[in-house]
Design a protein. Structure first.
Length: 174
């Protein structure tokens, strides 16, 4: 999700959050855009799934799709949007956003607990580093730590962009 996206409900998958998981499972339709989502155990099996991917071998590989479209995501979405009628009822969205706020509040509790002697909680460490760091700070870490950091430490009030091409670490922004 983009920084400050008003529709964000949290990550899903192995390092995801309950809010992201329930948002997918309670939706009428799940739209998978250019993803070969590797955690099929987290995907719902009782709702409609539409998948758009430029690689046809990925369509339906992880989940039973009701509609599989092969093509460039941007161009396909632009073509499809012209055929849709926007909904004005935001009850579902508001419910999911409320759940996400509760999850973030729960995660923030981890940043307050130091842990025990010789067993400091990493969330607490990152929240303290955040307090001491300049606003344009960067984290050189990669791999699993980035995923953990995004999924757990953003509760301290910062955001990191993962998977940026040609960057060895994450960019962290307030």
């Amino acid at each position: 999700m983009q920084y400050e996206n008003p529709y964000e409900v949290g990550m899903t998958g192995l390092l995801g959050m309950p809010s992201g998981y329930y948002s997918m499972h309670e939706a009428e339709v799940l739209l998978m855009l250019g993803t070969d989502f590797p955690y099929s155990a987290f995907l719902p099996d009782d709702i409609k799934i539409a998948q758009i991917d430029i690689k046809p071998e990925r369509l339906g590989r992880r989940a039973k799709v009701d509609i599989g479209l092969c093509g460039d995501v941007k161009m396909t979405i632009q073509a499809l949007l012209r055929m849709l009628t926007p909904k004005t009822n935001d009850t579902f969205l508001l419910k999911q956003l409320k759940r996400y706020e509760e999850v973030k509040k729960d995660l923030a509790a981890y940043t307050k607990d130091k842990g025990e002697v010789n067993k400091i909680h990493p969330e607490y460490v990152m929240s303290e580093i955040d307090k001491l760091s300049a606003s344009d700070r960067k984290s050189p870490h990669a791999g699993f730590f980035q995923s953990w950091f995004y999924g757990k430490c953003f509760a301290a009030g910062y955001w990191c962009c993962l998977g940026l091409p040609r960057t060895p670490g994450s960019r962290i922004m307030r």
